[in-house]
Design a protein. Sequence first.
Lengths: 425, 425
Amino acid sequence: MTTKTVQDVTALGLAARNASRKLARLSTEDKNRVLLNLVELLRSDQAGVLAANAEDYQEAKADGLDESILDRLLLTSERLNGTADELQRVAELPDPIGEVIETTSLPNGLVTSRRRVPLGVVGSIYESRPNVTVDIFGLCLKSGNACILRGGKETIRSNTALVALLRKALTDAGVTTDAVQFLDNPDRALVDAMLKMNEYIDLLVPRGGASLVKFVAENATMPAVTGGIGVCHTYVDRAADLKMAVKIVHNAKVRRPSICNALDTVLVHAEIAADGLPLIAKELTASGVELHCDNRALSILGPDAPDLALPASEDDWGKEFLSLTAAVKVVDSLDDALEHIETYGSGHSEAIITEDDSAANRFLDEVDAAAVYVNASTQFTDGGQFGLGAEVGISTQKFHARGPMGLKELTSYKWVIVGQGQIRP
Amino acid sequence: MTTKTVQDVTALGLAARNASRKLARLSTEDKNRVLLNLVELLRSDQAGVLAANAEDYQEAKADGLDESILDRLLLTSERLNGTADELQRVAELPDPIGEVIETTSLPNGLVTSRRRVPLGVVGSIYESRPNVTVDIFGLCLKSGNACILRGGKETIRSNTALVALLRKALTDAGVTTDAVQFLDNPDRALVDAMLKMNEYIDLLVPRGGASLVKFVAENATMPAVTGGIGVCHTYVDRAADLKMAVKIVHNAKVRRPSICNALDTVLVHAEIAADGLPLIAKELTASGVELHCDNRALSILGPDAPDLALPASEDDWGKEFLSLTAAVKVVDSLDDALEHIETYGSGHSEAIITEDDSAANRFLDEVDAAAVYVNASTQFTDGGQFGLGAEVGISTQKFHARGPMGLKELTSYKWVIVGQGQIRP
């Protein structure tokens, strides 16, 4: 059935809400059975998904979409196996639901505890990458939440085929297929309807570019995750191990330049800039990174500067490049670095390279970001890397969850109070 | 200085934001010094506050405000001492800031931990009770947050006098008075401006009636607490200890009928209604409680029913009475009770009275509310009673915090990652 009207979207919401009450009480075994069914289907029943994806790909190519979008929407057998592997890891994670967070016996004999419960219904609006369909579903189901999915119109066939697998995995495990609701119509008016359904959606997770995240933040009537946008700095302190700095800065920029935890700006302390900056610049430019340098950095690099070293303009500071470009600035002190990060950072991931513990501690204390690093690459900011198993996204807000959001971050709690007739004086 | 324009409100926001960066790093000793200074001032320097409050009171009386509002806005020496006592307890609570929530050593040698940090700036919009000025300030300061306060226009003089004490307590401890920002102009347009300042306010806490909470939820551009509204049920199961049921139902309604955790509806299992309902009704009506009964309850109470037993109308279910009125309904089963609560409850506090463990467990599992009780009065839902020391309010939403919000619920965390040169493969 195709979702055509605002009423249809509301019906999806109501179905998800009803399903969520059942999912909240589903056993760990039943949840894992659904996930492992899906792992199996993703590995052994790929033909339909790959055929649908080929159609999406051809149409996107004919429409002249960017190489980077084409790459993101492409599914291959290998990619589907990778998605299955991730889902298997989610199945292996402990079930967060029912966990007792804290128990206290009060002097009056009441025993209070907080018990972890699902949020209820998680909505996700995402772009390009069809594997998000599986990822969000897997994390939501394991955490006892129903989900409402709205992917990009460029992957509508791929997502439809994947949702058919999700439903088969549910049915084969005897779990209601209402656990996943799929908005199979790319009409933008239906997204607007979804954003108004605070009665049916407890959390909205936008996955995509800055404009999508901003649109959702401004228009959603329910809580929404703000995140996925990272203007990330690495500050090379005067007490840095330069060899380590070169290696970390290179990794933070070059490993995958298109993700939100990739380095955007290198700040180099003036005292080591003469020695360090040429080494850093050489390593980056050798990998094709274009450097937008402030005047002091340019003059240090001097006449032998690589061709890729260019003058920075004001809007290079605070820019998320998502490509092989980095801004470079010389600073006079840790304080100047902290101030620059406060002014231009987006609160995602920030790093200091230093052997000086007191500088490291000031950086960790004073930088206000989801993830703060000493002597490591900011590319580690990721639910899998941080031991959460997987993530629905990376939050840069302070409310509810900050940084990578895994299973626990899709839960709430209830207070459970057990008495023997206590009344309040 | 009086706040007159939207620009003035923005200036308060900026000042709070700047102060919040300092407060985040304030020592526990400095924070407690401010709080204990204020405890002392509230006990020994009451004249100015009481005089200002007398003026507010006279004006409110002349304006013909309700007895209940007059009572809430009245300050007495005893009430100020009570507020001071509560503040002293906040000073004695452990400082949540800097707490390391979890530390993990990853296989690659990275050590990740989550460190508790303040939210930043907390805004509060509240009505009538001037002690909220002190309560919110105390909890915000102890949790390292700056606050922006906007009290009701009926208590503007009282709040102005109290804020003078807050500022003196800050100054005497050498802490910036920008830690508290006070909107000393009751103009509603300035509240609208406050609701738009998501750049400067991290969390908004409305304290007041349902219409205020709804207005804030719908118009705030930053996260806001939804709560403080409770349609609370107590279900007397067929396996209830009737003597206990009578005592708990009476306490849940009568102890303080005007607060959000007070009982609104009693549900009584049909099998024990003939024995139990008359006992419950007798005890409630003896305290002046008017009972709005469904037909079965009325017929059980029969011709000897107390005068205060009246027929219920449909809108009695789901109503928050906040007075000496209760709705009464006979149900055929635990399932019927659960369904009634799901339909009409507001997700605040719900109780079952039973000696049957399996009924108790189903109730605790299946009722979706901030606080679920077995054999105790719902009036216990309170930060102080739950061992949080104090509360800024009671949340009925699932995002971030649910139930009473104390110091920890005014915090976020940052991921801290310490490496020795790790790069991501």
